[in-house]
Design a protein around this ligand. Structure first.
Ligand code: PRP
Length: 214
């Protein structure tokens, strides 16, 4: 058994990683080093189980998995839709639940109904383009932002935004609302396609144990 190769996990930094680590603990996969909030280490190893873990920015998780630098990744469905990387999506982890929505001030509602050429600010240009062009058949100008997207309609940059809504507090506190819902979102587990062929048994064992816990 000593010649087992390491299986590597890429986890999206933040809340999803914390929840994933708790779920892993439930199935007996622990990584004590990773719990140290002050560490500057980037990669953590469980020698006994031959597992490695690293944390990265969410949008980089599907990249590591597509190229095989990680065998398994845990990331939000929003990121998977936006990045469009090749990997098997094997499990809906059920946490990190939120919705991808078109949001804006009430007065923008009519611009969606009449299919005006509007400005859409978003961190998710691929998702926004797909929704407006392929689903709604509405021509729009998409403006990429990197965060605090709610500012778009407030400062007059855009008519609406496409963004994730979890509790709805950010919208509410800024006088905005959900105008249309695009799709529900949650954390997903993804697997590199070659790893699934080569290490299918170990990976499926992890997937099945996680399923049983959900
Ligand atoms: C996300 C999202 C919204 C907010 C929604 O932003 O872009 O702004 O959370 O959550 P709520 O419905 O519970 O208020 P995030 O905190 O990731 O920061 P960012 O906008 O700077 O990317």
């Amino acid at each position: 058994m000593d010649d087992k190769r390491y299986l590597t996990f890429a986890l999206a930094k933040g809340r999803l990683a914390d929840k994933t680590l708790s779920l892993m603990e439930e199935i007996g996969i622990t990584c004590e080093e990773m719990k140290d909030k002050n560490t500057r280490k980037l990669i953590f190893v469980n020698e006994e189980l031959k597992l490695k873990f690293f944390l990265s920015k969410g949008p980089d998780v599907p990249t590591y998995v597509e190229y095989g630098a990680a065998d398994i990744g845990v990331v939000g469905k929003d990121t998977l839709m936006e990045e469009g990387r090749r990997a098997y999506e094997v499990l809906d982890l059920g946490f990190g639940k939120c919705r991808m929505c078109v949001c804006g001030p009430e007065k923008s509602k009519v611009l969606l109904q009449t299919k005006e050429r509007i400005r859409v600010a978003t961190k998710y240009p691929v998702v926004a383009k797909d929704y407006f062009y392929n689903e709604k058949h509405q021509t729009v100008d998409i403006i990429k932002l990197n965060g605090s997207v709610e500012l778009g309609p407030i400062v007059g940059l855009s008519d609406v935004i496409v963004d994730i809504v979890e509790t709805g507090s950010t919208l509410k506190e800024n006088g905005l609302q959900v105008l249309e819902e695009i799709c529900p979102l949650s954390a997903r587990m993804i697997v590199n396609q070659v790893s699934m062929q080569m290490e299918g048994k170990r990976i499926n064992d992890i997937i099945n144990k996680m399923k049983a816990c959900l």
